[in-house]
Design a binder for this molecule. Structure first.
Ligand code: ADP
Ligand code: TRP
Length: 344
């Protein structure tokens, strides 16, 4: 939590008088997003939207986790395009660079540096309990060290900036808990240095279902893209698997719930029970109404990529200062700073 001194004006009897000087505390949030291709509405409701909602009341840090993405994306051209694409996505959904520091992980070498220091204090059996590692192991995949160490880099991402909250989808909760464990262990070993962050999961939106009823995910090919063109929306909705109870197509309803209240929906779905085509058409119309303005804003930002990149660069410069200070403290703590008093 960072401290701010805010001057307040209080009105009294028709006039305004200068009131107390308050010491207000603004909470800090931080989150990262992998440049792994086009976002879908699951990413939006599960994670992205929260950043926009939080930015008015909080100090925010949102970054592009490009080094994390390297473990699955090894095409340099695609990486480069995806980074720019995710930048446009966030500007389009209304992330305000005046309120949120938007930066790129690979611009701040302190992230990987701190991850190394963390590597030296945590054990392999501990990291072997992480879901992502266990999943990869269960699939008999050849696991690269980056995948194994993924939560450690994520801990460094978080702890460098001392956030109060880390808004993420439910699948990332364990990673935030690992960051807390690492912070505790470092603090126990070297003295109080890192603040323990809390994950923040939006309850109703915890898992947005995809067109096949499983979790919506790029890797399942069951998504509705956040910036979809009208035809794409149509195609995705028409492909929704309609297994139903009493004429109510469960998967259509589950996605529809994101855009209308349950009361409203129950009425419509009861009236149109069994009429799958009509219900899908209604969902297409609701999706289009929601997506069209976002899609248009994104097109506007895409007209001036150098401007978008200058926003990112300025964000990285600001983040670098904060991360640099924290890293100096860490170097001091672990005892590698020999220069400090050397002039004396
Ligand atoms: P994907 O599974 O499509 O590859 P990512 O792993 O890139 O998505 O997730 C990016 C962010 O969006 C994470 O915070 C994640 O928890 C959230 N997220 C992804 N899919 C969903 C979903 N179906 N419902 C809610 N949140 C999601
Ligand atoms: N692992 C996150 C994801 O896949 C992205 C991420 C990287 C992140 N570092 C982070 C999220 C730090 C929150 C905080 O979505």
């Amino acid at each position: 939590m960072r401290k701010y001194v805010i001057k307040m004006w209080r009105s009294s009897k028709g006039g305004q008088e200068y009131a107390n000087i308050y010491n207000m505390s603004k909470k800090v949030f931080l989150s990262g997003v992998q440049p792994s291709g086009r976002p879908h509405i699951g990413n939006y409701f599960g994670a992205m939207k929260q950043f926009v909602d939080l930015q008015n009341e909080h100090e925010g840090y949102v970054f592009i986790a490009d080094y994390h993405a390297l473990h699955s994306l090894r095409n340099p051209k695609e990486m480069n395009e995806n980074i720019k694409s995710v930048l446009l996505d966030y500007l389009a959904i209304g992330l305000d660079p005046e309120k949120v520091t938007f930066f790129k992980q690979s611009d701040i070498s302190e992230h990987t540096e701190l991850a190394w220091i963390f590597d030296t204090i945590i054990t392999m059996p501990y990291l072997m309990r992480a879901h992502a590692f266990k999943d990869a192991q269960a699939k008999d995949k050849e696991i690269d060290v980056g995948t194994f160490n993924y939560p450690v880099l994520m801990a460094a991402d978080i702890l460098l900036y001392g956030p109060d909250l880390v808004p993420v989808g439910a699948d990332q909760k364990q990673h935030v808990e690992i960051a807390r464990d690492i912070a505790e262990k470092f603090n126990r070993t070297y003295g109080e240095t890192f603040k323990l962050p809390d994950p923040m999961i939006m309850k109703d939106m915890a898992v947005v279902p995809g067109t096949d009823g499983r979790k919506m995910s790029k890797s399942y090919g069951n998504t509705i893209p956040l910036f979809a063109e009208r035809e794409e929306i149509k195609k995705a909705v028409m492909s929704i698997v309609t297994d139903s109870g009493e004429g109510i197509p469960k998967n259509v309803y589950a996605i529809h719930k994101l855009f209308r209240s349950e009361n409203e929906l129950k009425k419509v779905y009861t009236e149109k029970a069994g009429k799958y085509k009509e219900l899908k058409e209604l969902l297409i119309a609701d999706l289009e109404k929601f997506i069209a303005p976002l899609r248009e804003r994104r097109k506007e930002f895409a007209k001036d990529i150098p401007r978008a990149l200058s926003i990112l660069k300025a964000g990285s410069e600001k983040a670098k200062k904060i991360a640099g200070q924290k890293m100096n403290e860490v170097r001091e703590r672990v005892g590698v700073n020999v220069y400090k008093n050397s002039e004396k």
